[in-house]
Ligand binder design. Structure first.
Ligand SMILES: *[C@@H]1O[C@H](CO)[C@@H](O)[C@H](O)[C@H]1NC(C)=O
Ligand SMILES: *[C@@H]1O[C@H](CO)[C@@H](O)[C@H](O)[C@H]1NC(C)=O
Ligand SMILES: *[C@@H]1O[C@H](CO)[C@@H](O)[C@H](O)[C@H]1NC(C)=O
Ligand SMILES: *[C@@H]1O[C@H](CO)[C@@H](O)[C@H](O)[C@H]1NC(C)=O
Ligand SMILES: *[C@@H]1O[C@H](CO)[C@@H](O)[C@H](O)[C@H]1NC(C)=O
Ligand SMILES: *[C@@H]1O[C@H](CO)[C@@H](O)[C@H](O)[C@H]1NC(C)=O
Ligand SMILES: *[C@@H]1O[C@H](CO)[C@@H](O)[C@H](O)[C@H]1NC(C)=O
Ligand SMILES: *[C@@H]1O[C@H](CO)[C@@H](O)[C@H](O)[C@H]1NC(C)=O
Ligand SMILES: *[C@@H]1O[C@H](CO)[C@@H](O)[C@H](O)[C@H]1NC(C)=O
Ligand SMILES: *[C@@H]1O[C@H](CO)[C@@H](O)[C@H](O)[C@H]1NC(C)=O
Ligand SMILES: *[C@@H]1O[C@H](CO)[C@@H](O)[C@H](O)[C@H]1NC(C)=O
Ligand SMILES: *[C@@H]1O[C@H](CO)[C@@H](O)[C@H](O)[C@H]1NC(C)=O
Length: 772
């Protein structure tokens, strides 16, 4: 089976707890959350407190269970792998199970997470988003000038032209970061664009002491981090392309922003402890935006280290953009469904990459292809075998100078590709209706992918011709594809398993077939002739949409330096576009092109030029998120783990977060739930002065949704007004179903529309909560 690997979103898998029971005597690394306020006054620093705590548990317990590794005699300082100060209060340490149990009884211990490894699961995209040199947010924000975007990723290729610093002023003086030298990485490689480069692998080395890190520096040997960084903030590079596809000027979403790379994902493995260390340092260094194209599946908020570290970032005013994941189109598959971050789905843009089958009759049939090589398939016989799935039926093909035609009717495309790829034939035509076509088009041999309709043309020709022949041609790029955007099939869907009462994903951004920078020394793909290299690559996934959204956040931060992360997120959500370029609702490739719902894509596709001037924003801060966690019945220790503080109050617990979207859960119609749901929101006027807004509600299915008051009048900037959105008992909503709507605040005598999705469902949130 050929496993498609063109989808980029790293997923962390927490290994089941039983593994640590089987290896009862084995040391392992644990991330420990501590209550900083419990530190005895005798200690001058947390670091010293942690060291002393660790040595106390080793002294008392080395005699109870004899460790099997040679690490039994390790001192407390060698046990302590990281001390964290910003992202979480706590540390990572190498502990035996008995030591962990002892630690859990020491004063100040809150919770622990076993360190876990990570499983790897152009330019034009910005024009498609409406970014323009002459109008809108690019000139207004000076391209995100002086905003600092930190990325937690596989590193960076500093020589890439996308990280050239021509035209950029000096590094902002508030920057406290550094450019660390290491293997093939001299600090002098940083410049006024790439202002920080650090790497984190103590957790990896503690867990796997035997491994050798081949590239022990921030240099990227994978490509993912170079691609995401240049997508977010790459400078302009003329003459970029991918072997003739997508030619043009490559440019990131915030081309004036600065880049800081925090490498925590390694070819040798990637661990949670290193990712937290990266975020911890990014907070200390003073980044404005963090982009994290990875996530942890199936973990409650209080045990998700990325959610916890992002909470600290949020408190420092840092905007955190995350990827929803690539597990769609199934419901409740997303990760990073955290109320204090932005969660981004992935859509297509209005660009396609084509190859053509030119029949001997002269007719040309166009399909999708991203084959990067030079085709020699000219005037060759078209062969249509019984099956392309079965290797044996194909292996007898004596003449390899043929173009084989394969029909995929039931999800056999990857087998067909694997099978035909081994045949050394001149070319192939795949007729398929798969919705995930971009998984497959970057083939190692000449291949064109046709839909069923176009495929029937070629099949008819084969049937009616005694000697069917054709040629293949490649490297065509078409712009203006309609409809676009469309939600990709693989984009992970809501509701958020870790917090179903807050609508996730928040919005969508371009993620499909995105051209961005790539390390010169990492192959972009493999051809029959060997690996091939290029300074740009085209890849797909929510890993690619996340840095687009991070770039938009940087543009907003550059324009409105005082806005909170919640205000920036609100501006992006309430101005997102829900119609495509044909004027119809954005279609869902994963669901027969039916309209994508808010559970699938949130509010719609981010629209930077409208987000810059949203009119009203929904604010939320630390205390609002605490009230939410209280109402989710988190324990005190769980809340302290997230907030890193014991100074919080649960007296006003509420699931009703002041969020720019609405989710109302109803029980089934058994007579017990005839009530209504009321959701209270407060909006802040950021439109500049006097303004009047009128509510407009659109809902499906006979729901009765009312807004009170129906009109909001503002006298001045930053004035707040509250309203209540009430959903009456939705008798028409069937059991286990979801209906959708929207609330729009429409400015009188103005252009602003502040739109929020509404989701009303009879699916119980308990069915979605991991512990429920
Ligand atoms: C790093 O760069 C500096 C300044 O360009 C240079 O003096 C130094 O020799 C370089 N170090 C290495 C190890 O290449
Ligand atoms: C480390 O390498 C040594 C020698 O090659 C081997 O005996 C040992 O099992 C390895 N340890 C681990 C944890 O892989
Ligand atoms: C394709 O042909 C062009 C022009 O002859 C050449 O520069 C390029 O290297 C070839 N590409 C590959 C992948 O062989
Ligand atoms: C197209 O694909 C769907 C699955 O996505 C399948 O159910 C359907 O039968 C296919 N249509 C044809 C004509 O093969
Ligand atoms: C589709 O799948 C079924 C079950 O695996 C198989 O019996 C059938 O032959 C397949 N059809 C084609 C055209 O491959
Ligand atoms: C081609 O001909 C075969 C046999 O004559 C027939 O079964 C098949 O439906 C035809 N296919 C097309 C696409 O016309
Ligand atoms: C890239 O690869 C070439 C050839 O293997 C090597 O000489 C060069 O040092 C590498 N460059 C970097 C920056 O790693
Ligand atoms: C929290 O606990 C209360 C009291 O037991 C219960 O009514 C409520 O449904 C729980 N909330 C959640 C989100 O589980
Ligand atoms: C405790 O939290 C409240 C509410 O966030 C805040 O006003 C107060 O300053 C905090 N007190 C301390 C000692 O941090
Ligand atoms: C709880 O809400 C009430 C009424 O809105 C408010 O007066 C009070 O200050 C709030 N308490 C806390 C701890 O936030
Ligand atoms: C919904 O489910 C409940 C119990 O599960 C049942 O009593 C009720 O009739 C169902 N309602 C509808 C509209 O199907
Ligand atoms: C809708 O709800 C409002 C507010 O509760 C109520 O006044 C109104 O009568 C309801 N309308 C319908 C058609 O049920």
């Amino acid at each position: 089976m050929a496993i498609p690997h063109k989808l980029w979103c790293f997923v962390l898998i927490i290994l089941p707890h039983f593994i640590s029971i089987i290896f009862a005597d084995e040391y392992d690394t644990y991330i420990i959350h501590m209550d900083a306020s419990a530190m005895p006054k005798a200690f001058s620093t947390h670091h010293n407190w942690y060291l002393t705590t660790l040595s106390s548990i080793s002294n008392t317990h080395t005699n109870t269970i004899k460790p099997t590794t040679t690490l039994s005699s390790s001192s407390s300082s060698s046990k302590l792998i990281y001390t964290y100060t910003n992202a979480i209060n706590g540390f990572t340490a190498l502990l035996s199970p008995s030591e962990l149990r002892s630690l859990a009884n020491t004063p100040g211990f809150l919770s622990s997470t076993r360190d876990a490894t990570v499983k790897r699961d152009t330019t034009h995209s910005n024009q498609f988003l409406g970014l323009d040199d002459d109008h809108g947010v690019w000139p207004t924000s000076h391209y995100g000038h002086d905003v600092i975007i930190g990325l937690v990723d596989t590193g960076i290729w500093p020589e890439s032209r996308s990280f050239g610093d021509a035209g950029l002023g000096p590094i902002p003086s508030r920057w406290k970061g550094a450019c660390e030298s290491g293997t093939q990485f001299n600090f002098s490689l940083c410049n006024n664009k790439l202002i920080g480069a650090r790497s984190f692998n103590k957790g990896l080395l503690a867990k796997y002491p035997n491994i050798t890190i081949a590239m022990n520096s921030a240099r990227d040997t994978d490509g993912h981090g170079t691609h995401t960084s240049s997508t977010a903030a790459g400078g302009a590079v003329e003459g970029a392309d991918y072997f003739g596809y997508a030619p043009g000027t490559a440019r990131g979403t915030a081309p004036g922003a600065r880049v800081a790379m925090y490498k925590a994902l390694w070819d040798e493995g990637s661990l949670l402890s290193d990712i937290i260390a990266a975020i911890d340092q990014a907070i200390a260094d003073g980044v404005d935006v963090i982009s994290i194209s990875l996530g942890i599946d199936g973990t409650p908020l209080y045990a998700d280290p990325i959610a916890i570290a992002a909470f600290a970032a949020m408190e420092q005013g840092i905007f955190v953009s995350t990827s929803a994941g690539n597990e769609g189109p199934f419901l409740a598959t997303l990760h990073n469904g955290t109320p204090w971050v932005l969660t981004v789905a992935a859509t297509t843009i209005d660009r396609e990459f084509h190859g053509a089958v030119v029949l001997a009759t002269g007719a040309s049939i166009t399909g999708q292809s991203l084959y990067p090589g030079n085709s020699s398939a000219t005037e060759l016989p078209l062969i249509f075998p019984k099956s392309c799935t079965d290797a044996k039926s194909l292996i007898n093909l004596k003449n390899r100078d043929i173009i084989i035609v394969c029909v995929d009717t039931n999800f056999t495309l990857s087998d067909q590709l694997y099978n035909t790829g081994d045949l050394k034939i001149a070319g192939a035509v795949f007729i398929t209706n798969t919705t995930d076509i971009t998984f497959y088009t970057q083939t190692s041999f000449p291949a064109v992918f046709l839909n069923l309709e176009k495929g029937s043309e070629i099949l008819n020709y084969i049937n009616t011709s005694s000697q069917p022949k054709a040629s293949l041609s490649f490297k065509q790029t078409s712009l203006g594809t309609k409809p676009a955007p469309r939600l990709t099939s693989y984009s992970s869907r809501g509701p958020s398993p870790s917090c179903p009462v807050v609508l996730k994903p928040d919005l969508t951004a371009p993620g499909d077939q995105i051209l961005a920078a790539w390390p010169s020394n990492s192959s972009v793909t493999q051809l029959k002739s060997g690996e091939i290299y290029n300074d740009f690559n085209i890849i797909s996934g929510t890993s690619m949409s996340c840095p687009h959204a991070a770039g938009v956040a940087a543009l907003l931060r550059g324009t409105h330096p005082t806005w909170s992360p919640a205000a920036i997120r609100s501006a992006m959500i309430t101005t997102a576009g829900f119609l495509d370029n044909t004027g119809y609702p954005i279609a869902d490739l994963g669901l027969d092109n039916l309209p994508a719902t808010p559970i699938d894509m949130g509010a719609g596709q981010v629209d930077p030029n409208r987000a810059i001037d949203p009119g009203l924003v929904y604010e939320a801060g630390r205390d609002d998120y605490v009230r939410l966690m209280c109402a989710m019945n988190f324990t005190g220790k769980q809340i302290q783990t997230v907030t890193r503080s014991s100074n919080y109050s649960c007296s006003n617990a509420s699931l009703d977060l002041n969020y720019p979207s609405f989710v109302a859960f109803f029980r089934v119609h058994d007579g017990r739930d005839s009530g209504a749901r009321e959701m209270r929101r407060t909006v802040t006027n950021v439109g500049g002065g006097r303004a009047v807004y009128a509510a407009k509600v659109t809902v499906e299915g006979g729901l009765n949704v009312t807004v009170s008051p129906e009109s909001l009048e503002f006298e001045r900037e930053n004035e707040k007004k509250s309203f209540v959105l009430r959903v009456e008992d939705p008798r028409l909503v069937k059991n286990n179903s979801i209906v959708y709507g929207a609330l729009s605040w429409i400015e009188s005598n103005g252009n602003r529309v502040v739109r929020s999705p509404i989701v009303v469902t009879t699916i119980s949130p308990d069915d979605l909560l991991p512990h429920g």
